[in-house]
Design a binder for this molecule. Structure first.
Ligand SMILES: Nc1nc2c(ncn2[C@@H]2O[C@H](COP(=O)(O)OP(=O)(O)OP(=O)(O)O)[C@@H](O)[C@H]2O)c(=O)[nH]1
Length: 730
C-alpha cells in the first residue's frame, strides 16, 4: 500500500474517519478531511500509534478532574493536549467490531454512569459480563427513549446534564466526544459548539439561546401556546392638544359606562379604569397626554394598544396634536381620531380631516384607513360609536394573553400613602395576578397583601388588561416600571436587589444611547440601522428642508428616520420622545428649554445645534460614515437674562443682565435667544461689573453686556455664553 485515502484506510481498519484524522493529528500529520490522502509514513505512524494504545502505553494523562465542573473547549489543540486513555479505549473498542453494532455502549454506560470514563474500564469483569450486557443493552434499546428533535441550551453544560437533555447515557456522549478531540468526564463542562457537533451525531439540533439575566424583567420572553391564549381587553390612551377635551372625554366615558352592577358605585381614581360595552371590556389609561405615554415608553413599557387622538372640531390641528401623532407613530400604536366638541356651532370636522391628511391620517371615507369619530364629550354624542370603534380596532389587532400563568405587567402610577404604605396601580399585561403573589415591581420585592379595583372594591384576582391597585410593596416603584410574579421568593429578592444595583450604575452614567460620535461604530456592529432624528427649528420651512435632505441620506445601509419635526424650542417632551425612541435631536436656530437641557443630560440624549442647514446634514452624513470630526466642541458656560436695556451713544446698546446659570466669560461667544429661538450669534464685546471690565461674572450677579455688531437686544432675552473646547477623539 502506497497511498490511501483516510476513509478507505479507516474502513480497512474498522475505524471511523474521525478517529483516523484524530490520530493523524496526534502523530503530527494533520489532514483536512476524510478524502485526504495518507502516504506510507502516515499509515505507518497511525499503525504504530494504535499498536501502542493496544499495549496501553498511550494511555497517558489519566483523567483526574480537579474540580467537579471544568469547561472543556472543543478544538483540535485541546484534544492534542488531552490524549488520554479515553481515546485509547475508543480505539480498542473499534478493534472489536461487534461492540458498536450491538449497542454495547448503552449497557456499559449504564453501568458506569456515575463514574469517570477512565474508571472501571476494560477489566476482566467488564469483558466477562459482555454477553449478559449485550442482552440487557438490547432490551434497553427496545425501550430507548425517543430522542428530542432539538434541545435548547444557554451555555456550557456538564456532560451529564447535556446527556440528560439528549435522553442519552453520559458515556454515549463521552464516546461521541472523543473523535472530535474532546476528552471529558461526566462532570466536566462542554461548550455549545461541542454540544452542537455531538448532538448532530444523534440527529438532534442544538438551539442556542443566550441565557439572560432574569433581572431584566422587561426582556423575559415567554411564549404562550396558541391554545392558551384568550382575548384580552384593549388598553387605550387619550392624547391631544391642550383643552381639546381629553379629560372631559375620559370622565364622560367613565361616568356613562360603569361596569354593570357597579352603577352608582364610587369610582376611584387609580390611574386607569375599565368600562364594559356590548359585553366587552376596554381599559383606559387615566393620565391623558403624550408626555405620560412617552415617559412610560422611555422606561421600556409598551402599554398602549390604541391611541385616541382628540381634536377639537372648533379649533383644529395644533402643535400638540402633531406631537401626539408622532409619539403614537414612534410607538407603532394605531390612532383613532375623536373629533370632539361637535356640539359647538363652529365645529368643522371636515377641516380637521383635511388637516390630518397632511400627517398621514386619511379618513376611511376619503379612501384612507384612519377611523374618525365625531363626538361631544359634553353631551355624550358619538361616544358609543367611539367605544365600538375601539373594539373594532382591537379585534383587528387580535389582542390576546394567557390568563393561566404568573402575572406580569407595568406600574401605571405609584405613591406613598400615609395609612397604607406604598400603593401602586399596575396594569396586568399577561397572566393573572393574585393576592399573596410575590412580585418584583421596579426594584422592589413584595407580597401582594390586597388588591383594589377601579371601583374601590377589593379583588382577589386580576386578569390580563385589568388595572388594580396593589398593597404590599416595601417602597414606591416608578410609573413605567415592569412588574412580574416570581414563585421563588429568594430568587425574587435577589432580582430586586440586582435591579436596584443596576439602576444605581445607570445613574452613574452607564446608560447607552445613540450619539453621533459612536454612530458609525453602532452601524458597523449592526446595532443601528436607522438613525432616529427629531428636528426642532425656528421656522417650518427650515424644518421641512432639513427633513427632506436628511431623509435622502443612505449610507452603508443605514438611513435617517425623522420621527418628529416641529417649530420652537427643544422641550422636555422632545427629550423624552428621543429617549424612548433612541433618537438624537437636531436643533436648527433653536435652543433647549432649561429643564429640557437637564433632562437631556440625565437621559443622555444628544442634542446637536446648528445655524446652517447644510452643516447639520454634513454632520449627520459624516457621523454615519464614521468621519465625524468632533475635535472642537461647543460648551455652554452660562446664561444671562437681559433685564434692562441702556442705549448709549457711541457705545451702542448695553444689556443690563443677571446671570441665571453658570457664568458669563469675557472671552466667550454669545447667542441671543428670544422665546427659544436664536436671533443672533456672535462675539461678546464688553463685559462689565458696574463700571469695571470683568473677566467673568458668576451666577447670581448682575453685569452689563454688549455684543459685537449687534444692538437689537430686548428685555427678557437670554444671552447664552459658550466657549469652543478641543476634545480628544475617542
Ligand atoms: N362644548 C364642548 N366643550 C367641551 C367638550 N369637551 C371638552 N370641552 C370643554 O373644553 C375645555 C377643556 O376640556 P378638558 O377636558 O379640560 O381638555 P383637556 O384636553 O383635558 O385639557 P388639558 O388637560 O389642559 O390638556 C373644558 O372647558 C371642557 O368643558 C365638548 O365636547 N363640547
Amino acid at each position: 500500500m502506497t497511498k490511501i485515502r483516510v476513509y478507505e484506510y479507516a474502513k480497512e481498519k474498522d475505524m471511523s474517519s474521525k478517529e483516523v484524522i484524530h490520530i493523524l493529528e496526534k502523530v503530527g500529520i494533520p489532514v483536512n478531511n476524510h478524502m485526504s490522502v495518507m502516504d506510507e509514513t502516515a499509515t505507518k505512524k497511525v499503525e504504530e500509534f494504535v499498536a501502542k494504545i493496544k499495549q496501553g502505553s498511550a494511555a497517558v494523562n489519566q483523567e483526574k478532574p480537579k474540580s467537579q465542573k471544568q469547561t472543556v473547549q472543543h478544538g483540535a489543540a485541546k484534544s492534542m493536549e488531552q490524549t488520554n486513555n479515553n481515546s485509547t479505549e475508543e480505539i480498542q473498542e473499534k478493534g472489536q467490531p461487534s461492540s458498536r453494532a450491538n449497542q454495547e455502549p448503552i449497557k456499559k454506560n449504564k453501568q458506569r454512569s456515575n463514574n469517570t470514563f477512565s474508571k472501571g474500564r476494560g477489566g476482566a469483569k467488564g469483558r466477562g459480563n459482555r454477553k449478559k450486557n449485550d442482552r440487557r443493552s438490547q432490551n434497553k434499546e427496545k425501550q430507548a427513549p425517543v430522542l428530542p428533535k432539538e434541545i435548547t441550551v444557554s451555555g456550557p453544560l456538564s456532560v451529564g446534564e447535556f446527556a440528560k437533555l439528549l435522553r442519552k447515557e453520559a458515556s454515549e456522549v463521552i464516546r461521541k466526544l472523543i473523535p472530535i478531540g474532546v476528552m471529558a468526564t461526566i462532570n466536566q463542562e462542554i461548550d455549545v459548539d461541542t454540544m452542537t457537533l455531538v448532538a448532530e451525531e444523534f440527529g438532534v439540533t442544538v438551539i442556542y439561546k443566550e441565557e439572560f439575566d432574569e433581572s431584566n424583567i422587561e426582556e423575559i420572553e415567554e411564549v404562550d401556546e396558541k391554545e392558551n391564549l384568550q382575548e384580552r381587553p384593549p388598553v387605550v390612551t387619550i392624547m391631544g392638544h391642550v383643552d381639546h377635551g381629553k379629560t372631559t372625554l375620559l370622565d364622560k366615558i367613565r361616568s356613562t359606562n360603569v361596569t354593570s352592577g357597579e352603577a352608582g358605585g364610587i369610582t376611584q381614581h387609580i390611574g386607569a379604569y375599565q368600562v364594559e360595552i356590548s359585553g366587552k371590556k376596554i381599559t383606559f389609561l387615566d393620565t391623558p397626554g403624550h408626555a405620560a405615554f412617552t415617559t412610560m415608553r422611555a422606561r421600556g413599557a409598551e402599554v398602549t394598544d390604541i391611541t385616541i387622538l382628540v381634536v377639537a372640531a372648533d379649533d383644529g390641528v395644533m402643535p400638540q396634536t402633531i406631537e401626539a401623532i408622532n409619539h403614537a407613530k414612534a410607538a407603532n400604536v394605531p390612532i383613532i381620531v375623536a373629533v370632539n366638541k361637535m356640539d359647538k356651532l363652529d365645529a368643522n370636522p371636515d377641516r380637521i380631516k383635511q388637516q390630518l391628511t397632511e400627517y398621514g391620517l386619511v379618513p376611511e371615507d376619503w379612501g384612507g384607513d384612519t377611523i374618525f369619530v365625531p363626538v361631544s364629550a359634553i353631551n355624550g354624542e358619538g361616544m358609543e360609536d367611539l367605544l365600538e370603534m375601539i373594539l373594532l380596532v382591537s379585534e383587528v389587532q387580535e389582542l390576546k394573553a394567557n390568563p393561566d400563568k404568573r402575572a406580569r405587567g407595568v406600574v401605571i402610577e405609584a405613591e406613598l400613602d400615609k395609612g397604607r404604605g406604598a400603593v401602586a396601580t399596575v396594569l396586568i399585561q399577561n397572566g393573572t395576578l393574585k393576592v399573596g403573589d410575590g412580585i418584583v415591581a421596579g426594584n422592589y420585592f413584595g407580597k401582594i397583601r390586597a388588591m383594589i379595583n377601579d371601583h374601590g372594591r377589593r379583588v382577589k384576582v386580576a386578569p390580563p388588561s385589568m388595572p388594580v391597585e396593589i398593597l404590599g410593596l416595601p417602597d414606591v416603584p416608578s410609573a413605567g416600571d415592569p412588574f412580574m410574579v416570581f414563585d421563588d421568593e429568594k430568587k425574587a429578592r435577589a432580582i430586586a436587589d440586582k435591579r436596584n444595583q443596576k439602576q444605581r450604575e445607570e445613574e452613574r452614567g452607564a446608560k447607552t444611547r445613540v450619539t453621533l460620535d459612536d454612530l458609525f461604530k453602532q452601524i458597523q456592529e449592526g446595532e443601528v440601522k436607522e438613525l432616529n432624528v427629531i428636528i426642532k427649528a425656528d421656522v417650518h420651512g427650515s424644518a421641512e428642508a432639513m427633513r427632506g435632505s436628511l431623509e435622502k441620506i443612505d449610507i452603508e445601509g443605514a438611513r435617517v428616520k425623522i420621527i418628529h419635526t416641529a417649530v420652537g424650542a427643544i422641550t422636555e417632551s422632545d427629550i423624552i420622545l428621543a429617549s424612548a425612541s433612541n433618537a438624537v435631536i437636531i436643533g436648527f436656530n433653536v435652543r433647549p428649554e432649561p429643564n429640557a437641557r437637564a433632562t437631556a443630560e440625565q437621559e443622555k440624549v444628544e442634542i446637536r445645534l446648528h445655524r446652517v442647514i447644510y452643516k447639520a446634514i454634513e454632520e449627520i452624513e459624516a457621523a454615519m460614515k464614521g468621519l465625524l470630526d468632533p475635535e472642537f466642541e461647543e460648551k455652554v458656560v452660562g446664561t444671562a437674562e437681559v433685564r434692562q436695556i441702556f442705549k448709549v451713544s457711541r457705545v451702542g446698546t448695553i444689556a443690563g443682565c443677571y446671570v441665571i446659570d453658570g457664568k458669563v466669560v469675557r472671552d466667550g461667544k454669545a447667542r441671543l435667544i428670544r422665546d427659544g429661538i436664536v436671533v443672533h450669534e456672535g462675539e461678546l464685546d464688553t463685559l462689565k461689573r458696574f463700571k469695571d471690565d470683568a473677566k467673568e461674572v458668576a451666577q447670581g450677579y448682575e453685569c452689563g453686556i454688549t455684543l459685537a455688531g449687534y444692538n437689537d437686544m430686548k428685555e427678557g432675552d437670554l444671552i447664552e455664553v459658550y466657549v469652543i473646547e478641543e476634545v480628544a477623539r475617542t
